[in-house]
Design a protein around this ligand. Sequence first.
Ligand code: HEC
Length: 266
Amino acid sequence: MGVGQFILRLATVAVAGVAVLFVAAAPKHGVHVEKEEWSFQGFFGKFDQAQLHRGFQVYKEVCSACHSMNLLSYRNLQEIGFSEAQVKEIAASVTVMDGPNDAGEMFERPGKPSDHFHAPFPNEQAARASNNGALPPDFSLIARSRAGAGFGAYEGADYIHGVLVGYREPTAEEKAKMPEGMYFNEGFNGHHIAMPPPLSDGAVTYEDGTQATLDQMSRDVAVFLTWAGEPNYENRIRTGLKAMLFLVAFTLIAYAAKRKIWANIH
Ligand code: HEC
């Protein structure tokens, strides 16, 4: 292959690569998502435990009326610093259907730490029937599945926060195009959402004294949902860090050994 031809091929590959990056950067949801600062981001990122507790409170007191979280068990809450006794109490606050017992009957009992989070509706049809035909999605993986990719990368938390603070009054023109029973939301694809605004200032009372503003609660619950989707996130980062340190140390040793072995050969 001639040099000219080689350069031409190289250029083709480079152009194709850039094109692929641009396609990947196309926003997934058709809405502009504001990127916020989150404590869990970056190389030394870390969840703030108090924030996770507040986020769980918002989920439990508000969102769990409509959104299930099927992949989480109550005992998972110990991973974010709730004690065994607290987890028992939280689990026992819901009533679950169990059985059949020896008589072949289903029965109700208080929740146990090993139970999965209690779902608000028995099935999808019931969930839709209560929500103007729309399905409140399960929250187990919502943060992960709504994260953006490519150049426009944003966290699932950015998206969740954006939806929660994205409600506003539609203009007359916008209102004319809205189907019955929908709400106008800047952060939701298509701007028409079946979820009534779930949060407003003071919707919950935080035990740690944090002011429960709309923005604060939206951030807290977005962070809790991020943790829920990736309970091992911090472990992974730490393992990655150790692997990097190992590689750096190994490279230095290999380099020193090479210098020694080749020292007398010219
Ligand atoms: C009264 C029921 C109800 C409550 C309470 C509720 N939601 Fe929703 N939510 C819905 C429904 C229904 C949808 C689906 C909307 C649609 O498809 O138009 C939805 C959709 C969403 C979406 C968009 C999901 C997507 O598919 O991208 C987010 C984010 C969300 N909810 C977050 C929350 C959070 C956080 C809370 C608690 C603070 C909450 N919701 C409380 C009913 C509810």
